[in-house]
Design a protein around this ligand. Structure first.
Ligand SMILES: Cc1ncc(COP(=O)(O)O)c(C=O)c1O
Length: 389
């Protein structure tokens, strides 16, 4: 059998290794506390599940959806107006996605050709690089450095790269670093994109998971944003709908319309009951959003306070469901540390190197376990003595 050379651009890497170790530990009856993959474990509100179930009980809802229902388009448009003060044309500026991951994986196919340059944050959520790679793009990494608050420094991008670049991905609050960007960053970003004629994709998956009384809005609320790009949003974390797979790409009409054409050749739209669940989520009782936010904030405190008390100096994240921490100084690589942590403490986390070259020296811990398990993880780290030189 012969397969596409394209597949050489992707590896199974560390995640397969970690999941093999997890399986063998569980087979041996040893405990594992998995803080590696960001799968949310907070369920959707009852009214959302009821909307899904009642639509699923209607036999008329098993046809191909083909496109988004008007009620869903209106709901998203209202949601953006109320939540972010952004006006969207419900017919032309909104496209639903089978999870924002799906849209992020595919959209580059509608924007870049083989060899085009795409600007990608480093470290980044892996599909930001994998989507453009699938389309044959060349990546130029934009480091997100600690000294810059983990925010991209646009001045670092060489002039000749900016001239050639066609597309740029950006996301704050950020996975994996959990950083937020100041308003001035978005103002500069839009000016930069206009100057060099670059399309911007902003991923806003964590806009509702912002802690300590702070909040964040939308890239599209900045003047000129809609002229240069689109925003991806997801119902996975905000409404606990990760497995139902629903997200949106909204903003620039040309970008959205090309994505719609591409997708019409790939899928037949979203299962109608999931469209109904999404409508219930974004138009219904919003108290669950606050409960979810508080749950992550509390978990953040439990994990960070616990690890800090052991002498591992970790900054508390301002947002997201991730803790980003420098590895202990007696380790050379994040992968070495992660491997020792799982074998000696049974705690699985992700090495920063899995998110790009600038992630080396860091690890990411996902707040996807209840308080008790997080306390147990801290205790396991203490007992292993792994933080001691
Ligand atoms: C930054 C970011 N974008 C997108 C996604 C994917 O979300 P969805 O479930 O909508 O595909 C994730 C999931 O972890 C994420 O962290």
């Amino acid at each position: 059998m012969q397969f596409a050379k394209r597949m050489d651009r992707f590896g199974e890497g560390i995640f397969t290794k970690l999941s093999d170790i997890k399986r063998s530990r569980l087979e041996r009856g040893e405990t594992v506390i998995d803080l590696s993959i960001g799968t949310p474990n907070i369920p959707p509100g009852k009214h959302i599940i009821e909307a899904l179930c009642s639509a699923a009980a209607d036999e008329r809802n098993y046809v191909y959806a083909l496109s988004d229902q008007s009620a869903l388009q209106e709901a998203v448009s209202d949601w953006y107006r109320e939540r972010y003060e952004v006006e969207l044309n419900s017919k032309t500026e909104i496209c639903s996605l089978l999870g924002s991951q799906e849209g992020l994986a595919h959209i580059s196919l509608s924007i870049v050709d083989e060899g085009d340059i795409v600007l990608v944050p480093d470290p980044c959520y892996p599909v930001f690089a994998d989507g453009p790679l699938l389309a044959g793009a060349k990546l130029h990494y934009m480091p997100q450095k600690k000294e810059n608050g983990y925010v991209i420094d646009l001045q670092d991008i060489p002039e000749h790269v900016a001239q050639q670049a066609k597309l740029m991905l950006v996301s704050y609050p950020n996975n994996p670093t959990s950083a937020m960007a100041p308003d001035s960053f978005y103002v500069d970003l839009i000016a930069f994109a206009k100057k060099y004629d670059i399309i911007v994709l902003h991923d806003n998956a964590y806009s509702e998971l912002v802690f300590d009384g702070k909040s964040c809005g939308s890239f599209l609320s900045f003047p000129g944003a809609k002229e240069v790009g689109v925003e991806f949003n997801s119902l996975s974390k905000t409404y606990g709908l990760a497995g139902a797979r629903i997200g949106f790409c909204v903003g620039n009409e040309q970008v959205v319309s090309r994505l719609k054409i591409l997708k019409s050749n790939m899928d037949y739209g979203m299962f109608l009951p999931i469209q109904q669940a999404a409508i219930a989520a974004i138009t219904g009782d919003q108290s669950g959003v606050e409960t979810t936010r508080k749950a992550y904030e509390y978990r953040r405190d439990v994990l960070c306070d616990g690890l800090n008390a052991l002498g591992w100096k970790i900054d508390k994240p301002e947002a997201t469901m991730f803790v980003w921490a420098a590895i202990p100084s007696h380790y050379d690589t994040s992968e070495d540390f992660v491997m020792d942590l799982v074998t000696q403490a049974g705690v699985i986390i992700t090495p920063g190197s899995a998110f790009g070259p600038s992630g080396e020296g860091y690890v990411r811990m996902a707040l996807v376990q209840e308080e008790e398990n997080l306390k147990q993880a801290v205790e396991a780290v203490r007992q292993s003595g792994i933080l001691e030189v």
